[in-house]
Design a protein around this ligand. Structure first.
Ligand SMILES: [Zn+2]
Length: 292
């Protein structure tokens, strides 16, 4: 019996879900340390959800320092199978304007200081990541976002940089030339780890600025982003509520079996400490030794 099947990871500007009922706060520890904050369990539209503010309440944790593995692991421990991630992003396209919403379908990884896998210490797995977001959740998120009346872009390539500084002009121009549509700092390794944990993952990205490439908008500033986000927080909550109303009971995507053919290391060669650590993620693939 899981505590919550749906997880919501709040990004910059979304530090709480005000409309949860029957709220319970959980302090969880993991083999990767504690998550970004205590996880709030509550009922929304008749479903139990788990809410975690990625940067911690008060925005204390930088994109590099977010404990991505602890966050995904802790949500997995609670039984979360489907994740909705809220992200603030810059735009590389004139037609993706501030206050627009993008449901990206692709990612480009430009992070450099983050551990991006659960599979190490004697176990190797290579999950498929050609389509980094859950197709079923993307369709639901698009519909949920459109029903708020916002301008919604149903696809986009999201480039993830290390930060915490914004891009140089040369970088911004280069990312545009690569075909990237939006830029942020936190969707990776989060999406990779969610796939490894066999969770569905979708990003609802709020455009806050035009990065620095735009000739008439000048450089992006933190003030610009935060004022946009405060306005977007209520829309984010509406999108989550709409999405929950239309969420089918079971999953029909392939996310729940992502590890099925991904683990390369034979079970008998996986060190026992590693097997135990990964039990919540790999338990059905790496059963323990027989109990006599
Ligand atoms: Zn899925």
């Amino acid at each position: 019996m899981s505590d919550a099947e749906i997880g919501i990871i709040g990004g910059s500007g979304l530090y709480q879900m005000a409309d949860l009922a029957d709220v319970e706060e959980r302090e969880i520890d993991t083999p990767y340390g504690p998550p970004s904050d205590s996880i709030v369990l509550g009922t929304l539209e008749g479903q139990r959800v788990a809410f975690l503010p990625r940067h911690g309440r008060g925005h204390r944790i930088s994109p590099t320092e977010v404990p991505y593995r602890a966050n995904i692991y802790a949500l997995k421990l609670l039984g979360v199978e489907r994740l909705v991630s809220i992200n603030a992003v810059g735009s590389f396209r004139e037609d993706m304007a501030p206050m627009d919403i993008v449901i990206p379908d692709q990612l480009v990884d430009r992070t450099v200081h983050r551990v991006n896998t659960f599979f190490q210490d004697g176990i190797v797995a290579h999950i498929g990541f050609a389509q980094p977001f859950c197709p079923e959740m993307r369709a639901l998120a698009c519909g949920a976002a459109m029903s708020t009346g916002a301008t919604v872009h149903g696809r986009g390539t999201h480039i993830v940089i290390e930060g915490p500084q914004f891009s140089t002009l040369a970088e911004s121009v280069m990312y545009r030339s690569w075909g990237a549509d939006i830029i942020g700092m936190t969707s990776l390794p989060e999406a990779r780890l969610a796939r490894e944990a066999e969770q569905c993952y979708v990003s609802v990205a709020f455009v806050t600025d035009y990065d620095c490439w735009h000739p008439t908008h000048g450089s992006v500033t933190t003030d610009m982003i935060l004022s946009c986000l405060l306005k977007g927080a209520e829309t984010a909550r509406s999108i989550v509520r709409n999405l929950l109303c239309n969420l089918p009971a079971g999953r029909s995507c392939g996310c729940g079996s992502a590890l099925g053919d991904a683990i390369v290391t034979p079970a008998h060669l996986v060190p026992e400490a590693t097997r135990l650590k990964l039990e919540p993620i790999t338990g059905r693939y790496l059963p323990g030794p027989p109990q006599w």
